[in-house]
Structures are given as structure tokens and as C-alpha cells.
Write a protein that binds this ligand. Structure first.
Ligand code: ADP
Ligand code: ZN
Length: 634
């Protein structure tokens, strides 16, 4: 057994690495020695520097801005026999001096340092004198002026690295947007050619994601109530907790009132409340005397509850990243959980105002226009998520660049479910033949464009517009001109946008962005990959989806599920899936099995009443499921 495997077991008491942790540690110790690790909060990043520090000769240094966290980690490390300490201004001058004395006597394997401490050139010199074998930077996104946690003292870290010349550098963060990642690499001198970037763990297969756009506030309110009921059961005896996020303080209080009238044990939470009140809410939510908290994005940091069953956004949050962080608080225990994002056209104007008002940063500061622009672009990315015509999980994973984990249609989001509902007459989880053909035509149009024109002109070409500009660009002569003439121009443009959010088409980053096909786009055009995109509906079709989502969420899970039958049904499903060579979710949802395990249908007719059992499924898999029910002693 290698040193690091041994250290993992004996020092850290863990049976095995997550594969990406191993990868990061190997890169750090034996590979490129410069590593950027991006994984969600709670994913296990700290092990990636603690373990190397424990096995390396000398004093490793960790920069971390969270003093409470440092204290915790130092305590835990000390208990495990790894000599560790920390330096932060909260300690007071005497204690600092004492600790520094010990540090310079080489007494520690690991020293945590708050970034402000590095403003002392003296300390930097002394630490450099220790020739640390490893420098770790936790919460590395604090270096980004685009990020939400910008800390000016992080800007010095580039210089600190220059001065210390540590042979190994690792930067960790849960913030995965490409722009922040680039900034981390640039400012820390971890250029992409010189460092390994390990980005993993963003996939959350137990989380069901859905979005409903509705301009009716009554409708949105019903959806919110329905989501809470279906996730927690009634307010009388709820199973687990829920968070409702709203964009403004006033709204949190309004919605908390609505929920209180429905009988939920609920409180509002926002930055306008006094610290003791906020602490009280946190405490009561943690000890389960509250079931629901209605909050602004100020609620998050210390949520200590793994059994959050649903996170409902009553209004759109500010970015995909903020959404992912907030919705990711559901289902930390690994059990099924739901994220429902409700949005209306009013959200665009509201966000515009919120950004303009504060510059998205310190309330009251003069908004600087570049920052405003950036915030607005991040919000538009979120709107793309709302509109996405392809799997929502895949959208998020692609957004963060976590391509390894994309699921190719997860079966666990509203878009996949809609695709699948159609699939009952055809192939599972894919567009209908007609729609697939339309998508392939659009892809062919993008391919034929060959760098000539931007998105709008390509959509006009496909629509068959004939004007001077298109003629000059040579677009009217293409065989793909007018290929989608049966569709309005705006619809074709909307389709092209979907192809972009679905990862089939990308845009060049030049001043005039030109669309081109990604490898997945090429494969899809050639029919080597199925079309996993919902084409835009001819009429926005929004009210209809809202109703459908409501029906789905109002249909509560049955409470008389027979657990042993459920297990047998799952194994039947697995057998079918193996025989067909497809993933289990393609056969049917857990929800379908739960209903079968509760209602125990014994005939084809009874089976047809079960959620998700359409004619095609009954035809294909009805028999084995009925046999399982019949063979199961009541
Ligand atoms: P992060 O820094 O990414 O927010 P932490 O490093 O604090 O996350 O880890 C969160 C939790 O995960 C800790 O309780 C840690 O013990 C646990 N953990 C880390 N790695 C593993 C592993 N390989 N197996 C099991 N648990 C792990
Ligand atoms: Zn999906």
C-alpha cells in the first residue's frame, strides 16, 4: 500500500478516495505539481491539500479566508496527529507571536493563514524562509473581481507565490464558471498549459430539476404550495425541510405569510433582519422546529441540514451558479429531492433593477458599468437555462465545464420527461422524427454557413429570406437556403439558440460571433447521435406546461408503498434494462415503481392507471412488472 493510501486510512480514517481526489493528489505530488480543483462545497477538496501536507517533509501553507473553518480543520487535524495551527488577526498579538515562534521552529506540518496576514511583508519573508513544500489556496474564487466573494487581499497572492516559489501549488474553489476559473489561473500564475484543472462532482443525480415560466402569480403560488406538499407531505407531519428563495426582502415576508396561513412552520430570512433573529432562524431550521425558510440569497452559509427535500425559487436568481449553489442545498443526504424554479417575465426587469441599483456588489456603491454588464450576462445565462430545450442537468454540467459527467439525457428533469412522454410512441427521450429532421436541417444550415455570417443571418437563410445582405454574404445560393421555410424567422432563431444551449452549436469568440457545429453537433447532424433537443413550441405554450407541471407536482407519492415489492420491481427493471442495453431510467421512473408497489396492479388495465405507464411501456415491459407483482406474496 502506498504512503498516501496508508495516510488516508490511518490519519484521515477514510476508506477510499473519490477518484478525482486521487487524481488531484497524484498531479500535485508526482505530476504537474500545479493544480486547480473545482468541486462543490462539501465535496472533499480540503483532503487534496491536507493529505499531501501530512506526507510531505516541511511546513505546508494554506491560505483560507474563513476563520471559523480554519479553527475546525486545525482541531480535526491535531486530533488525527497532524501538527497544524493557524494565523488570523482574531487571535490577538500575543498569541500570534507565540504561534509564529513555534512555526519558525518548524513545529508544524500545516499552517493556515488568513489572507490579511500576508499584507505583512515580514511574515511573507519568514514563511518563505521555511521553503514550504506546498502552498494551498482555499476559496480561490475570492481572487476574482467578478466573483461574489471578492477579497482585495487575495490579489497579493500572485506576489506571495513569486516570493515563496513553492514547488507545489493547489487552488481550490466551488465556483466553476469559466471566467472565474481563468482569472484564478491568470492571477496565480497557473496558466492552463502549466497546471492540471480537476473539475468534478457537480453531477447531482438525486436532484430532480424543473422550471416553470408563468406570468400568473396565482399559478406560481399554487405551484410553490404544490411543490412543498409533494416533497414534504402536508404541514401536519412533514418529512424533511424546504427552502423557498425569493429575490427581494419584501417578497420573502409576503411568501412566509402565505405559507404560515397554510399551516407550515415557516420563517423569513434576509439581510435586513438583525443578527440574533437570523441566528435564531438558522438554529430553528437546523433543529427542525421550522420546516420552511423563505429567504433571499443571504440564507445559505451555515445551513446545517441534510434532509432538505425541495428548494423552490419563487423568482429567478441572479446566475446559473447562484441557482446551482442554492438548489444544491436539497438532498445532501443523497435521497430524492426536487428543485423547482418559477419565473415570470417580470423577473427580467426586476433583475435589471437589482443589478443597476447595487452594481450587484456592495449595496450603495456606485455601479461600475463593466461589472453591471458582467452581472447581466450571468443573468442571461440563467435565462438560457430557463429556456433550455435539452436536459437541465446536462446544461448545468456543460456550463461548469464538467463534461465528463454529462448524462446524455438524465431522465430526472422536466425537459427529459417531456422528451420521454413523446418517446412513448417512438424512441425514448428523443425528439419525434419530424422534429429530429428539423433539427438536422438547422444543423446542416450552420455547417453550410462555413464562417460567413452570424446567428441571425443564418436563421434568415434557413427561413428563406431573400435580400441584398444575404445575397452579398452568399447565403441565398446555399442548398440550405429556405430549408426551414415552413417556420417563422423568429422561431428558427429560437431553435438555433436552443442548439447552442444544448451544446450542438457553439459561437466563435471573435468580435462578430459566428456559429459553428461542435463535435456533438456534427455527430447529431450525421444521425450518429439521437436528437436530444426540444424544439421551441410554435406558441410559447407556457400556460400548458405550467398546468402539466402542477398536475405532476400535485400528484403526491403514495404512502402505502410496499418496500420489499419496490425492491423486487427495481431488480426487474434492472434485468430489463440490462437485456436491452439501456440505463434503468429509460425503462421507467422510480415514481412508476413506487406507484406499482403501492397499488399492486394485476391487470394491463390497472397498470395503465400508473404514473408513466403509457401504451408503449405497457406493451414493452408490462408483462414482467405484472409478473413481479403477482409473484410477490401480499
Ligand atoms: P470542501 O472543502 O470541498 O467543501 P471538505 O473537504 O470540507 O469539503 O469535505 C467535506 C466532508 O467530506 C468532510 O466531512 C470529509 O471528511 C468528507 N470526505 C472527504 N473526502 C472523502 C472521501 N474520500 N470519502 C468519504 N468522505 C470524504
Ligand atoms: Zn434531464
Amino acid at each position: 500500500m502506498s504512503d498516501i493510501d496508508l495516510a488516508l486510512r490511518e490519519r484521515f480514517g477514510l476508506p477510499a478516495f473519490h477518484p478525482w481526489q486521487r487524481e488531484a493528489i497524484d498531479e500535485l505530488l508526482e505530476g504537474r505539481q500545479k493544480v486547480v480543483v473545482i468541486a462543490p462545497t462539501g465535496g472533499g477538496k480540503s483532503l487534496c491539500y491536507q493529505l499531501p501536507a501530512a506526507v510531505l517533509e516541511g511546513t505546508s501553507i494554506v491560505i483560507s479566508p474563513l476563520i471559523a473553518l480554519m479553527e475546525d480543520q486545525v482541531r480535526a487535524l491535531t486530533q488525527r496527529g497532524v501538527a497544524a495551527t493557524y494565523l488570523a488577526s482574531t487571535l490577538g498579538p500575543e498569541e500570534l507571536k507565540r504561534r509564529e515562534g513555534e512555526i519558525f521552529e518548524d513545529r508544524y506540518q500545516l499552517v493556515y493563514v488568513a489572507p490579511e496576514r500576508l499584507e505583512s511583508p515580514w511574515l511573507v519573508e519568514r514563511l518563505a524562509g521555511l521553503q514550504p513544500p506546498l502552498l494551498a489556496i482555499d476559496e480561490a474564487h475570492c481572487i476574482s473581481q467578478w466573483g461574489h466573494d471578492f477579497r482585495p487581499s487575495y490579489l497579493r497572492l500572485g506576489e506571495v507565490i513569486e516570493r515563496m516559489q513553492p514547488p507545489r501549488v493547489i487552488a481550490c474553489t466551488a465556483t466553476a464558471t469559466p471566467i472565474v476559473r481563468r482569472e484564478i489561473q491568470e492571477r496565480l500564475g497557473l496558466g492552463s498549459d502549466r497546471s492540471a484543472v480537476i473539475l468534478r462532482g457537480f453531477s447531482r443525480p438525486n436532484l430532480h430539476l424543473a422550471v416553470v415560466e408563468s406570468d400568473s402569480s396565482t399559478e406560481r403560488r399554487k405551484l410553490m404550495l404544490g411543490a412543498l406538499r409533494s416533497a414534504l407531505g402536508g404541514p401536519e407531519s412533514p418529512q424533511g425541510g424546504a427552502i423557498v428563495y425569493a429575490a427581494t426582502r419584501r417578497n420573502t415576508e409576503k411568501l412566509a405569510d402565505v405559507l404560515a396561513k397554510e399551516g407550515w412552520r415557516v420563517a423569513a430570512y434576509h439581510a435586513g433582519l438583525s443578527a440574533p433573529v437570523r441566528e435564531e432562524v438558522n438554529r430553528r431550521f437546523a433543529d427542525r422546529s421550522l420546516d420552511v425558510v423563505v429567504a433571499t440569497n443571504a440564507f445559505g452559509m451555515g445551513i446545517d441540514r441534510a434532509d432538505i427535500r425541495t428548494v423552490v425559487h419563487a423568482q429567478a436568481p441572479g446566475s446559473v451558479e447562484a441557482y446551482y449553489q442554492e438548489v444544491g442545498r436539497a438532498g445532501r443526504d443523497g435521497q430524492p429531492a426536487h428543485g423547482l424554479l418559477l419565473t415570470s417575465s417580470g423577473d427580467l426587469g426586476l433583475r435589471r433593477r437589482l443589478i443597476g441599483f447595487s452594481g450587484g456588489r456592495d449595496p450603495g456603491s456606485v455601479p461600475d458599468s463593466e461589472h453591471v454588464q458582467q452581472q447581466w450576462r450571468l443573468f442571461l445565462d440563467l435565462m438560457r437555462y430557463v429556456e433550455a430545450g435539452s436536459c437541465r442537468h446536462d446544461f448545468i454540467l456543460r456550463y461548469f465545464g464538467d463534461e465528463q459527467e454529462t448524462l446524455g439525457g438524465c431522465g430526472h428533469c422536466d425537459v427529459c420527461e417531456r422528451l420521454e412522454d413523446r418517446g412513448e410512441e417512438g424512441a425514448a427521450r428523443c425528439a419525434s422524427e419530424d422534429e429530429a429532421l428539423t433539427v438536422r436541417k438547422a444543423l446542416a444550415g450552420v455547417a453550410r454557413n462555413q464562417g460567413r455570417a452570424g446567428l441571425t443571418a443564418v436563421s434568415e437563410m434557413l427561413h428563406g429570406t431573400d435580400n441584398e445582405r444575404l445575397r452579398r454574404l452568399g447565403l441565398t445560393d446555399l442548398t440550405t437556403h429556405g430549408l426551414l421555410k415552413d417556420h417563422p424567422k423568429a422561431w428558427v432563431l429560437a431553435l438555433l439558440r436552443r442548439l447552442i444551449t444544448a451544446g450542438l452549436v457553439d459561437l466563435t469568440t471573435s468580435e462578430f460571433p459566428i456559429p459553428y457545429l461542435t463535435p456533438l453537433g456534427i455527430a447529431t447532424m450525421k444521425d450518429e447521435e439521437p436528437v436530444r433537443v426540444l424544439v421551441p413550441s410554435p406558441d410559447a405554450g407556457r400556460a400548458k406546461t405550467a398546468k402539466k407541471e402542477r398536475r405532476r407536482s400535485e400528484r403526491a407519492l403514495p404512502d402505502n408503498v410496499d418496500p420489499s415489492l419496490f425492491e423486487r420491481l427495481r431488480s426487474t427493471r434492472l434485468d430489463i434494462a440490462r437485456a436491452k442495453g439501456v440505463p434503468a431510467y429509460v425503462i421507467c421512473h422510480d415514481r412508476t415503481l413506487l406507484e406499482i408497489a403501492a397499488y399492486k396492479p394485476t391487470s394491463i388495465e390497472a397498470l395503465a392507471d400508473i404514473f408513466g405507464m403509457g401504451p408503449a411501456r405497457i406493451e414493452n415491459y408490462g408483462e414482467p412488472f405484472l409478473e413481479t407483482v403477482n409473484a410477490h406474496a401480499p
